[in-house]
Design a protein around this ligand. Structure first.
Ligand code: C5P
Length: 393
């Protein structure tokens, strides 16, 4: 998303200024070029040399009168302006159209998208003047990320920490992503479920949750309101995604049934455990009791949603051992899904825990085999196909 983009980064005088080095590195890792304007105050918190090394090539500028026309040239050549960290002072001046330093002048000369990542003490952040300035900026389309709540440099706790680097970079990716899922309510399930034998032991399916989380993140990036119903997973929850944590298949079933009526797209990516013990023992069982464990079939959530009078566009997954596309097609027809994603988990680079996946998309028009690629790219390709099918193509 950020490959070849030219990003202008403004660094202001907050203690979080040192984090700008990681932000620059992160943006450059995505293939963007970064040019930096600092304020005089920010130089107390991070050296120009550190920033210059991180952002090289290209000098860092801060002095309006030593760098003639930088306040025009730099914004003219940028695709996106990010202010991180953004102090109350710079925010206030920007909201009022003041241009008393190079950074604020460059902000006024910039006509493209602006992201600001405020960082300050929680009392400053809550100050009505700061909030009014934030509203003023939001009303002109400026995008805000954070601030987050947690321990602050002053030793207090509260809302004021600069948003995490990945959160800022994700906001930047979103700026360059067509918002073709704006207005959609997307419901995604991810991860495994756990069916408890006793408080210590459970039956489950193999699943890291990575594919479902990638789908939720990709849908959010394209402008959808996303709810993620997830079984236990160690993957970080994507920003801006409403997350419902469940453990068992019946909890997942309940969570899906509660929300599916409000959804326009339902992606059932979870690896729901097919069986559960007939009863969960209240105490840890003797080992000798386990071999005679009696199982029952779990509810089939996808099948159950097919019986609803009104169901959103529905996508199921079929993880198989071997090239058993016929089985995936049968599932798609039994569960009356609009689309099914088949993958052979025995293939190298596909399936559980892997960062990549190799899938075939099946829909009413036929099959599309995708090459092995990162799960984020697989998610984007699946959403491309869904949007095209929803539009009737
Ligand atoms: O029949 P099978 O379990 O292989 O079908 C896979 C699809 O059905 C997946 O989309 C999975 O999330 C969903 N599923 C379900 N409820 C189950 C088992 C699977 O919704 N109990």
């Amino acid at each position: 998303m950020l490959k070849g983009k030219s990003i202008l980064l403004g660094i202001t005088g907050s203690v979080a200024a040192y984090k700008a080095i990681d932000l620059i590195k992160g943006l450059k890792n995505e293939g963007a070029s970064v040019s930096v304007i600092m304020t005089g105050a920010s130089k107390h918190f991070v050296t120009t040399m550190s920033i210059e090394i991180a952002a090289s090539p290209g000098p860092v500028v801060w002095d309006m009168f030593e760098t003639r026309m930088a306040h025009i040239d730099r914004p003219r050549n940028a695709d996106l302006f990010i202010i991180a960290p953004a102090t109350a002072n710079t925010i206030g001046k920007y909201a009022c159209g003041i241009a008393d330093n190079l950074l604020n002048a460059a902000l006024l000369a910039f006509t493209g998208p602006v992201i600001i990542a405020p960082a300050m003490n929680w009392r400053m952040w809550q100050n009505p003047m700061v909030q009014k300035n934030m509203q003023q900026l939001a009303s002109t389309g400026v995008i805000t990320v954070g601030p987050e709540t947690g321990p602050l440099a002053c030793g207090e706790e509260g809302q004021g920490r600069m948003a995490g680097i990945e959160t800022i970079i994700e906001a930047a990716r979103k700026v360059f992503t067509p918002q073709d899922l704006a207005g959609e309510q997307v419901l995604v399930t991810a991860g495994p479920t756990r069916e408890y034998i006793d408080p210590v032991r459970y039956i489950s399916n193999r699943s890291s949750g990575k594919m479902g989380y990638a789908l939720a993140k990709a849908a959010r990036r394209r402008g959808a309101a996303v709810t993620l119903i997830t079984g236990p997973s160690a993957v970080n929850v994507p920003d801006g995604v409403e997350t419902v944590r469940v453990e068992t298949a019946s909890e997942m079933q309940q969570a899906v049934m509660q929300r599916i009526g409000d959804s326009s797209l339902f992606i059932m990516c979870a690896a729901v455990a097919d069986f559960a013990p007939e009863a969960t023992l209240p105490e840890k069982a003797e080992k000798s009791a386990i071999p005679s464990l009696k199982l029952r079939l779990n509810p089939d959530i996808l099948l159950e949603t097919s019986r609803l009078a009104k169901r959103p566009f529905t996508v199921g997954f079929s993880a198989e051992t071997g090239h058993n596309i016929a089985r995936a097609k049968k599932k798609m027809s039994d569960k009356k899904a609009d689309m099914f994603i088949f993958n052979d988990v025995t293939k190298e680079g596909a399936g559980f825990d892997s960062e990549t996946n190799e899938v075939t998309m099946i829909d009413g028009h036929g099959e599309t085999a995708l090459p092995c690629m990162p799960k984020e790219e697989v998610a984007a390709a699946i959403l491309d196909r869904i949007t095209s099918l929803k539009r009737g193509g």
